[in-house]
Design a protein around this ligand. Structure first.
Ligand SMILES: Cc1cc2nc3c(=O)[nH]c(=O)nc-3n(C[C@H](O)[C@H](O)[C@H](O)COP(=O)(O)OP(=O)(O)OC[C@H]3O[C@@H](n4cnc5c(N)ncnc54)[C@H](O)[C@@H]3O)c2cc1C
Length: 376
């Protein structure tokens, strides 16, 4: 059913739609997004009582994989994991107020990364200081996908600004209105070849009601780390789908392109390149399915984390290898607009470093799954 929906979507909003948006400088796939929302696919992780369609997380994984297979993924879709965050940790008031809008297609952005912190989230400086029923927020975030296009932002802040308690309890999450006084942004020059933009976002004495805090004060990182496992699964699915999208072009080209005797796919060097990439894509997809199923089964966070980190690593690496193979097989044609191979590769490559780099997935597996000493 999901594949059928995405198939129909792709016949209307195919790669030509995405490429036209990129060429025109558009920063949001507005029409396609609306169609996805209207069909209920932006509310898959939201319970029906809040307007969602309450499907399994494995269904979410399938949706992302299929969107990737058609070359339709933009990083805006990663906002999905914020639905899960609000469902899991939002107060009843927050859930009632915001989840129906999200299910109906309201786009939210997410901000944790700071110039001076990067991968090391514990070093973030954006502060939220309690003042009566409100918090006063000051700081700066970078690489925030779609901030200017979003209605709301989930912001990661430091509430224990003096470091009085344990550092794991120093951070809190807030919902920020895109147009709140004191919030400004400037676009970055990021070339993902996708109709999206990343922004530097500034917070200057932004006043936020305490009711906008997600979870208890100081509980932010714990809430986030569980939700980030779900983000890893959709990133893995997106990368895998995009890898399959270009890979299929490589196989088709290898069957038709003849320069010596017979099609180039008849030469072992080309055939083995593709066969190996095919095996890795399929193994990675199985790993990601296991991660989503582990979450649906209610496995503990440690088990879901193990599978989600393995899947993120496996899918992004398999997609990169498959994309590189497809480019190789195309020869010079790989870089032409006509074959639309090269334009997919920057996104696949980016997904190895963002939203979490693969080295951190290895650090997680080394430490949490193998019991080795923390290495960073
Ligand atoms: C297109 C795009 C969209 C993004 N969207 C968002 C967004 O919407 N919201 C948001 O908050 N952030 C976003 N980001 C930021 C992204 O999450 C960060 O780029 C990422 O977390 C890495 O941080 P960094 O770039 O500062 O790299 P750094 O932390 O400087 O790391 C650089 C490299 O060093 C290596 N490295 C670092 N630490 C370790 C370690 N402990 N062990 C081994 N190797 C290590 C890794 O190879 C890593 O790639 C986006 C980034 C991009 C490129």
């Amino acid at each position: 059913m999901i594949a059928g929906f995405v198939d129909n979507l792709a016949s209307k909003y195919g790669r030509a739609y995405i490429r036209d948006l990129v060429a025109s400088g558009a920063t949001f796939p507005t029409d396609m997004w609306k169609e996805v929302a209207d069909a209920g696919y932006l509310g898959m992780a939201i319970p029906e009582e809040f307007g969602g369609t309450a499907m399994s997380y494995d269904d979410v994984r399938v949706f992302f994989t299929e969107m990737g297979r058609k070359g339709l993924i933009t990083l805006h879709f990663v906002s999905y994991f914020m639905d899960c965050l609000l469902v899991a940790a939002g107060s009843e008031e927050i859930r009632q107020k915001y989840l129906p809008g999200m299910a109906a297609g309201e786009y939210w952005s997410f901000a944790i990364t700071e110039p001076g912190a990067g991968t090391n989230s514990f070093k973030i400086k954006t502060s939220a200081v309690r003042e009566g029923d409100n918090y006063r927020i000051n700081g700066q975030k970078v690489y925030i996908t779609g901030f200017a296009e979003s209605e709301h932002l989930v912001l990661v802040t430091k509430t224990d600004v003096n470091g009085a308690g344990p550092r794991k309890d120093a951070f809190s999450l807030f919902i920020i209105d895109r147009n709140a006084p004191g919030v400004t942004c400037t676009p970055m020059n990021v070339g993902t070849h996708s109709p999206e933009a990343q922004y530097i976002v500034f917070f200057e004495d932004v006043i936020v009601p305490a009711a906008n805090r997600i979870g208890a004060e100081g509980a932010g990182l714990g809430i986030l780390f569980d939700a980030l496992n779900l983000e890893r699964i959709i990133i893995a699915a997106s990368a895998l789908g995009l890898g399959e999208h270009v890979f299929e072009k490589g196989v088709a080209y290898a069957k038709e392109r003849t320069v010596f005797n017979g099609p180039i796919g008849g030469h072992q060097a080309v055939q083995h390149l593709l066969a190996r990439a095919f095996v890795k894509l399929n193994l990675a997809n199985l790993a990601n399915r296991e991660a989503a199923v582990a979450f649906d089964r209610g496995d503990d966070a440690r088990t879901v984390g193990m599978y989600a980190n393995m899947a993120k690593l496996a899918c992004t690496e398999a997609a990169f290898e498959a994309g590189d193979a497809a480019f190789q097989v195309h020869g010079g044609a790989g870089i032409t607009d006509e074959y639309d191979v090269a334009a997919i590769l920057p996104m696949i490559r980016t997904l190895r470093v963002a939203p979490i780099n693969n080295e951190m997935t290895l650090n997680y597996i080394g430490e949490k799954c193998l019991g080795l000493p923390k290495s960073y």
